[in-house]
Ligand binder design. Structure first.
Ligand SMILES: Cc1c2[nH]c(c1CCC(=O)O)Cc1[nH]c(c(CCC(=O)O)c1C)Cc1[nH]c(c(CCC(=O)O)c1C)Cc1[nH]c(c(C)c1CCC(=O)O)C2
Length: 374
């Protein structure tokens, strides 16, 4: 095959995503289709030619080309422009040689699409004009229709056409994390209004999470039907909950989301931060891959998650600010802890921090590929 098989290139005419890969006859696997890409093979816990790598938040502010492309365009506007979304999604794939692209959007895009008055404030995060606190507020959470997000269908098709054999990961925010923004009105350290509603009015809480589950399910289905090869459910802030509360008040809604997309047959990654005590439940909710932050080593995470699931993670994103040799040592530690696991996707334990040196990410991808080449 000409060129680097992991570089995005336009898919040859007549070629389809999926289908069988070819063995070169030298024991090395040549990945010529999306289905046989190292990333999807690892999600299915199959042998891989090298440990696949991608980074949460790889598309974004750490890249100068991203800041240039976004100049003068508000974050949520940028998500509705298919050409721009395609360019930004491809930028980290070109630059870092990662094994998967992550669709450029945001977890609040489906909420904006159903007409909620919200914005993303630079340096702050999502801010909601009128927080959801009572039963009457639920009426504002109408179902999401695929037609509300036609620009996503268009952009996913454009991105996957450009990516060729590199898989595209679609994503959504999980019901708890979305509820936290909606109930608090913005980012929150303690989630006190959210928890007050969860503990104080379990019926209203369940209805809120159920509506969010349906919106999230549609948001993910649209991305999968347009060509996404995998999806990640981000429950970024659910680590704020104790396991018993997660099981009772959150797991039913997240399970509904994950079950709703099961028939598509694409891997489902379930991730949260500070979820050491919840790892088993994140798997139980219906994941194929569980994302792990940096607080639990992957061999221990595997024991907590139980058999049959792949793991994703888990280098501390702050390690990338240390000298290159330290980054390699710490990445080596992650790889050692995952050495006996049948399915490992290398990632950070949370998103790329905005001030990260992009070259540190490029070097890290090369290091993981070289160290794990089989
Ligand atoms: C909690 C959460 C949000 N958004 C997201 C999560 C879950 C992931 C996580 O836990 O980090 C998910 C997300 N948001 C964005 C992506 C793009 C794809 C990628 O990961 O490369 C993804 C996967 C773009 C974005 N979403 C946002 C940016 C930065 C805005 C900008 O560039 O102006 C990007 C690139 C804004 C955003 N949106 C949100 C926050 C906290 C912020 C950062 C606020 C800030 O510090 O400016 C909510």
């Amino acid at each position: 095959m000409a060129g680097n098989p992991r570089r995005p290139r336009v898919r040859p005419a007549g070629a389809t995503p999926g289908g069988a890969g070819h063995s070169t006859g030298h024991g090395r696997l040549l990945c010529v289709t999306v289905t046989d890409s190292p990333f999807l093979r690892a999600c299915r816990r199959e042998p891989v030619p090298h440990t696949p790598v991608w980074f949460m938040r790889q598309a974004g502010r750490s890249l100068p080309e991203y800041r240039k492309a976004r100049q003068g365009i508000a974050m949520l506007d940028s998500c509705t422009r298919p050409e721009l979304v395609t360019e930004i999604t491809l930028q980290p794939v070109r630059r870092h040689n990662v094994d998967a692209a992550v669709y450029f959007s945001d977890i609040v895009v489906p909420l904006k699409a159903i007409g909620l008055d919200l914005d993303i404030k630079p340096g702050v995060g999502p801010v909601v004009a009128e927080p959801i606190r009572g039963r009457a507020d639920l009426e504002r959470l109408r179902p999401l229709e695929p037609d509300d997000i036609g620009y996503i269908t268009e952009a996913v098709r454009m991105v996957t056409a450009e990516l060729g054999e590199t898989p595209l990961i679609g994503f959504a925010g999980a019901p708890f994390t979305l509820a936290s923004y909606l109930v608090e009105g913005g980012p929150s350290r303690n989630h006190e209004h959210t928890k007050a509603l969860m503990y104080g009015d379990p019926g209203l809480w369940a209805d809120l999470l159920d509506r969010l589950a349906d919106i999230t399910a549609t948001f993910l289905s649209v991305q999968i039907e347009a060509g996404a090869s995998a999806v990640q459910l981000f429950d970024s802030w659910v680590g704020a909950l104790a396991p018993a509360d997660y099981r009772r008040a959150v797991l039913p809604a997240s399970s509904k989301v994950l079950a709703s997309v099961a028939h598509h047959g694409v891997p489902r990654i379930h991730f949260g931060v500070g979820t050491g005590e919840l790892l088993g439940l994140l798997g139980e909710a219906g994941a194929d891959v569980v994302g792990v932050d940096w607080r639990v080593p992957l061999d221990e995470a595997a024991r907590r998650v139980g058999p049959g699931m792949a793991l994703q993670g888990n280098l501390d994103p702050a390690v990338l600010f240390a000298p290159p040799q330290v980054v390699e040592e710490e990445a080596g530690r992650v790889l050692d802890a995952a050495a006996d696991l049948p399915g490992h996707i290398f990632n950070l334990g949370h998103g790329v921090l905005p001030d990260t040196d992009p070259d540190a990410l490029t070097r890290l991808v090369a290091y993981v590929h070289e160290r794990t080449a089989r």
